[in-house]
Design a protein around this ligand. Structure first.
Ligand SMILES: Nc1ncnc2c1ncn2[C@@H]1O[C@H](COP(=O)(O)OP(=O)(O)O)[C@@H](O)[C@H]1O
Ligand SMILES: [Mg+2]
Length: 361
């Protein structure tokens, strides 16, 4: 266990950072009572020019809430969003969105269905540069469409969203995001509603935007296999908390948190044999237990009720962040108790079966 360098991406200031952000939603019940949903707790992430960070976690783990804070659609309850190292609250939202664009899961919902592609792009182009003439904007729209591989761009200008395939629609959404000349793209599960056959092409597009245009990208997914395909760094979220992070290869090849291990073992990956299907592991709620409530989250480590490695301490004390080397870190007590090897020594499913055997005997 050695001290890791501060940032693998180098010394440069991140374009966009979340620093220790927390989001609590107050929800009111029917009878006037209220409760607090602890959607994101003390989460930090840095986005650098030309790099892709993937945020991976199950549904309900707080990924969208994090993206919305980064896009300033939500104000963090505590913590800060920094753009070029400066608190984002100092910027007007309008100019902020020229630098930071959020792409949603559902491309249908994000395009205006009564307007043609041309019109959908035109508004963003006008925001980008008020001086552009109509013919310059038309030319710029064609260029944008071709940048997202809708070629020839002219053929798409007069189409309505419903005349396009899901993948083409999502490309138009990305073209529109690019129209304002952003430096950061936040993709909130941008491929999860698309046909499986075109998902890779979309990931290749994100990869190209990062390489050719130096965009800083946040790629949100519930599927660690797609993160593996496209990103440089991964952070794993569980029940509103970041439990592990670091360079992709490190995190996926040597998960340092039992939850990441579960995600890796239950993800479809042709390179790995002898793994479990998602159904066998994830959906077997009887073995694994339900995901926790975010209104009354478990004490200690939020993963402990489902974790086959859990110790007494995990039930009461939240684990600190441990650096495991090379920019890779995890929040898990096993690292503090000299039991880190156990994570790699067995499969999650075997550890789970073992635990249940012990409980029964
Ligand atoms: N506007 C909101 N009001 C109340 N609760 C919310 C709101 N948005 C999200 N949540 C809750 O916060 C938690 C995290 O949600 P979300 O960020 O959407 O997770 P993910 O994107 O990982 O599925 C969930 O329990 C969700 O129900
Ligand atoms: Mg979401």
């Amino acid at each position: 266990m050695t001290a890791a360098p501060e940032a693998v991406a180098g010394e440069s200031t991140p374009v966009l950072s979340a620093v220790d952000v927390t989001k609590h939603f107050v929800v009111r019940g029917a009878v006037g009572d209220s409760s607090v949903v602890r959607a994101v707790e003390n989460a930090s992430v840095d986005l650098h020019e030309g790099r892709i960070v993937a945020v991976v976690g199950e549904s309900g783990s707080g990924k969208t809430t994090l993206a919305r804070m980064l896009a300033r659609f939500y104000e963090p309850t505590t913590g800060e969003i920094l753009l070029d190292g400066v608190p984002a609250t100092g910027r007007a939202t309008r100019t902020y969105h020229q630098d930071v664009q959020l792409i949603f899961q559902d491309p249908f919902g994000s395009l205006n269905p009564v307007h043609r592609v041309r019109h959908n792009l035109d508004r963003a182009l006008r925001i980008h540069d008020r001086r552009l003439s109509a013919s310059e904007r038309r030319k710029a729209a064609i260029e944008l469409l071709e940048r997202v591989s809708l070629t020839p761009g002219e053929d798409y200008l007069d189409k309505f969203p419903h005349e396009l395939s899901g993948g083409q629609r999502q490309r138009v959404v990305i073209a529109r995001a690019l129209a304002v000349g952003p430096r950061v793209l936040l993709g909130d599960e941008p491929i999860s509603m698309l046909d499986v056959s075109i998902r890779l092409e979309m990931l290749n597009l994100l990869d190209r935007l990062r390489r050719e245009d130096g965009l800083a990208l946040l790629y949100i997914t519930h599927d660690i296999a797609s993160a593996r395909y496209v990103c440089d760094d991964v952070v794993v979220m569980y029940a509103g908390e970041m439990v592990e992070g670091g360079p992709k290869e490190e995190v996926i090849a040597r998960p340092a948190h039992p939850y990441t291990k579960l995600l890796v073992e239950s993800s479809p990956d042709p390179d790995r044999v002898g793994t479990l299907s998602r159904e066998e592991l994830f959906d077997d709620a009887e073995a694994l237990g339900e995901p926790p409530s975010l209104i009354e989250p478990p004490d200690g480590c939020r993963f402990h009720p489902r974790c086959p490695f859990a110790m007494e301490r995990c039930r009461t004390q939240a684990p600190p962040r441990t650096d495991v080397g090379g920019g890779h870190w995890a929040r898990c007590w096993l690292h503090q108790e000299g039991r880190a090897e156990e994570i790699g020594a067995t499969t999650f499913a075997a550890a789970l079966a073992n635990r249940d055997k012990e409980v029964r005997s």
